[in-house]
Design a binder for this molecule. Structure first.
Ligand code: ATR
Length: 276
């Protein structure tokens, strides 16, 4: 019998702008592996039907993106500790016995991006200031705490959300009012934008950066544009900056390895493939 071609995809709504198909197809070509990776536009009301059908159609797994990362957890037979802690999954693995395993690799992608592009950065060197308390922020907070960041200063336009994260993730988080974020910047060894502000088509991030120290590492999860105003201003003030594209690329690594059997590299060719 001819071997079935392993399939994977990204489940989202909208999904047409997702860079994941370009990323995984690039890796499949590069490593000469049999397989394909497709965008799957799925309405929330159809999520369960689709997730349960995919393993029966030759899919070995899937990425999950907006707005399904939380909802998809209900349909998993097994959930990783990380995904449980974060409360969301971005990677599904369909096991041979038909069971669905849900994992979250966003925090891994965030840390791997910094390790690759700022190898001298030491998470333990001082507090991190995290802008935003949405889904991406949850994954990043868990990753920072794991990496030994001594304090996480968390600020969000809607304060109740940062308060809720503090209640959930504990005393290492200090909540700061959104309007006070500029005053906390001078204490930050690491500054991370996890909001959508600064993204093409979105409003600008208006946190005043005057207090930023030249030894602060600044990173943004926004990758369109690659150099956000935050990163440009920080670079002009002498800070090391890391753009958000690497997080996207690295979060794809564990899924690709599990689905297609090779651990892919993230390098310039990968960046170009996704940007092109
Ligand atoms: P993601 O999964 O990418 O984190 P999300 O959960 O929708 O997306 O979170 C978006 C983040 O961007 C939130 O922190 C949001 O702040 P609120 O919780 O106050 O909504 C932030 N954000 C989006 N638009 C914003 C704006 N105009 N001003 C300030 N923060 C904004």
């Amino acid at each position: 019998m001819k071997k079935q071609i392993p399939l994977a995809g990204v489940i989202g709504n909208p999904v047409s702008l997702s860079k994941s198909p370009k990323l995984h197809r690039h890796w499949l070509r590069r490593y000469g592996l049999l397989g394909d990776y497709v965008p799957l536009h799925v309405e929330t009301s159809n999520l369960e039907t689709v997730v349960r059908a995919l393993p029966k159609m030759g899919f070995v797994g899937a990425n999950v993106t907006f707005p399904h990362k939380m909802d998809v957890m209900q349909f998993a037979d097994q959930v990783s500790d990380r995904a449980t802690l974060i409360g969301a999954a971005n990677t599904l693995i369909f096991k041979d016995d038909g069971r669905i395993f849900a994992d979250n690799t966003d925090g891994y992608g965030f840390m791997a991006n910094l390790r690759q592009n700022a190898p001298a950065w030491d998470p333990r060197s001082g507090p991190a200031l995290v802008l935003g308390a949405g889904g991406a922020s949850r994954a990043i907070i868990v990753a920072l705490a794991d990496a030994g960041v001594p304090e996480i200063m968390l600020t969000n336009r809607t304060r109740t959300k940062s308060d809720a994260l503090r209640a959930e993730f504990g005393a290492r988080i200090r909540v700061i009012d959104w309007v006070q974020a500029g005053n906390a910047i001078e204490d930050a060894a690491t500054l991370i934008n996890t909001t959508s502000l600064g993204m093409t088509g979105q409003p600008e991030l208006r946190v005043p950066l005057d207090g930023l120290r030249a030894d602060t590492l600044v990173t943004d999860i926004v990758y369109a544009p690659l150099q956000t105003n935050l990163l440009a201003q920080a670079a002009a003030m002498g800070c090391q900056t890391v753009d958000g594209l690497g997080m996207l690329l690295h979060q794809g690594v564990p899924g690709f390895e599990r689905w297609f059997g090779a651990r892919p590299d993230v390098d310039d060719a990968t960046r170009q493939a996704v940007l092109g």
